[in-house]
Design a protein around this ligand. Structure first.
Ligand SMILES: [Zn+2]
Length: 437
């Protein structure tokens, strides 16, 4: 199994039994020991497989799988204004329900056991998570253009769902971004978050142009907006942060214990953005960094293996240092970093006694991983989502030897395919919002 310590090198421990009871890892010990009183109810034979902590997708919009590949070769403005926000105005609760399920199926298949979601019709997503057995933190997307009633709806969703599905569903409050949500609403939502003990999940300083535009229009950076409106104080998961500048670092450092930034490099590369999330500076300031895919309308997959590989590659390139963002550090961001980003560091992110049993068995025996000199390097640079064989979340088996147990995959794919023509039709000229940061 893969041991991911809080710092230092990850280790491969051979021939281990992971003992699970009531959804919790009770013990990790050399194979062959006695099974306590009586026998284990169920034994998963992991011989030849490597157990790794479930991956965390720290920023996504799961139902956007329905728009996979439907917004290519466009600028950021074109992506929002010509493609995605018009398509999103077509979405019904039933679409979101199917999209979230399809996303859950894809994530289970790729060893993602927890995801931080941010979308409309959050109740549909919460039901998909409940039924498929995954773990998720769901932030209901809010724009100020939607008005007070919509803001109150997001708070009601949080009150209804936080801690549901035996604790597998948690809720964060989800103002979309400082350029789509006004300061008054940010303050109100941050107040609700503090009152309810919730975190905030928000896009901010997505790229440098947004930071420049914020400085031009109002004289402060997007991160300072989060600081002044109490969002950082509430505890924030910030998506992207590629436009975080030096002046922002002391503000983030002030709340480092509860602040995280999700890095989703594939979408920055696709949109030809530079610079990337300043991971080295953020880690230096004590801020948590985690790995996300963003929605599949930009990332095309919800594959965190792909995302973590791109984090390692782009970060080495960004700071011109091949010895930095090591294999161990990259794996740590994807599991422990993700857990921390969602405020779940005491329950997931490592295969250790006392942690929830979110376990992924990977098969590194394929030719693309062989000879297997270092399984840790294989996980970061060679492994594929299809190498994931068995997935356990909260002690429940969601995929066994490549077979999904909680999703009727053929029926789901047919339902998703049947919806796309209507969702992709933007001839009506409507949009959920206009992008002008
Ligand atoms: Zn996003």
């Amino acid at each position: 199994m893969l041991r991911v310590p809080p710092r230092g090198e990850c280790e491969i421990l051979r021939a281990q039994d992971i003992v699970v009871a009531d959804g919790v890892i009770e013990d990790v010990r050399p194979t062959g020991g006695p099974f306590g009183a009586g026998f284990a109810a169920e034994v998963i034979d992991g011989r030849g497989l490597l157990a790794v902590p479930g991956l965390v997708n720290a920023h996504t919009h799961s139902p956007m799988v329905l728009m996979r590949g439907a917004a290519e070769d466009v600028t950021v403005e074109g992506w929002f204004n010509d493609r995605v926000w018009p398509m999103e105005s077509n979405l019904t609760p039933a679409d979101v329900r199917i999209g979230a399920r399809l996303a859950c199926a894809e994530m289970i298949r790729s060893g993602v056991t927890t995801f931080a979601d941010h979308y409309f019709f959050p109740g549909q997503i919460a039901e998909a998570v409940t039924e498929t057995g995954l773990r998720a933190d769901i932030a209901p997307t809010y724009f100020s253009s939607r008005g007070t009633e919509a803001l109150e709806d997001t708070v009601r969703f949080a009150e209804a769902w936080h801690g549901a599905a035996d604790g597998r569903v948690t809720v964060s409050l989800g103002p979309h971004a400082p350029y789509t949500v006004d300061d008054g609403d940010l303050r109100t939502l941050a107040g609700h978050a503090r009152r309810l003990g919730l975190r905030m999940h928000i896009h901010a300083a997505e790229h440098l142009e947004q930071t420049r535009s914020s400085l031009d229009r109002r004289g402060i950076t997007p991160i300072r907006v989060l600081h002044e409106t109490g969002v950082l104080e509430a505890g924030a998961l910030i998506a992207h942060g590629c436009g975080i500048v030096e002046d922002d670092l002391p503000l983030l450092a002030e709340y480092a214990g509860t602040t995280a930034v999700a890095c989703c490099p594939k979408v920055y590369l696709k949109h030809a953005l530079s610079p990337l999330t300043p991971v080295r500076d953020l880690l230096g300031a004590g801020v948590t960094v985690a790995v996300g895919t963003d929605g599949a309308a930009g990332h095309n997959t919800l594959d965190v293996w792909e995302a973590l590989r791109l984090v390692a590659l782009t970060q080495k390139q960004a700071v011109r240092d091949a010895t930095w963002m090591t294999v161990s550090d990259t794996l740590r961001l994807a599991v422990r970093g993700g857990a921390r980003a969602l405020g779940l560091q005491n329950s997931i992110g490592a295969l250790e006694p006392g942690m929830r049993a979110d376990i992924v068995l990977t098969d590194l025996s394929g030719p693309h991983c062989r000879p297997l000199h270092d399984p840790r390097a294989a996980l970061v640079y060679s492994a594929r989502a299809s190498d994931v064989r068995t997935v356990v979340v909260d002690g429940r088996i969601l995929m066994r030897d490549g077979l999904l147990l909680t999703v009727d995959e053929p029926a789901l794919l047919a339902e998703a395919d049947a919806r796309v023509a209507r969702i992709l039709d933007t001839s009506h000229g409507r949009a959920v919002q206009h992008y002008d940061p």
